[in-house]
Write a protein of this length. Structure first.
Length: 131
């Protein structure tokens, strides 16, 4: 594909900033270019939940602090507390492609595979942490 440069043009006062960005050589705005590359939105993108914890053999000082504080707050029957991360995102893929994308994101960016383990799953709107 030909190379494109992006520059700002003077718009009427009523337009938005994204309307002012034009791809040189095409006359198309960035929003229209994005729509061309985007898949048709005829389907809901799967929502993924990823839980990340330190591996069992790695000491968890945060989990230990929470575990030691709970009895003082009246929660006497707790043990083996681990503190981690919970991430949620929509991914525009399905089936094997979805699994491959999520696994690659986790291995390459979202976790440190030397000290962390993770599990991921597809969730419904009812299962969202922010529901």
């Amino acid at each position: 594909p030909p190379r494109m440069a992006i520059f700002m043009v003077s718009p009427p006062i009523t337009s938005t900033v994204t309307d002012r960005i034009v791809a040189v050589g095409t006359g198309a705005t960035l929003p229209s270019l994005a729509r061309e590359r985007r898949r048709p939105w005829s389907h809901e993108m799967p929502r993924i939940a990823i839980d990340v914890l330190l591996k069992r053999e790695i000491l968890d000082p945060q989990g230990r602090a929470v575990e030691e504080a709970l009895p003082g707050l009246g929660y006497d029957h707790t043990s083996e507390v681990r503190v981690g991360k919970h991430l949620e995102m929509a991914v525009d893929a399905e089936g094997d492609e979805l699994a491959a994308q999520v696994e690659k994101m986790c291995a390459d960016f979202l976790t440190n595979p030397v000290i962390e383990s993770y599990r991921w799953r597809v969730i419904s709107d009812d299962e969202r942490a922010d529901a």
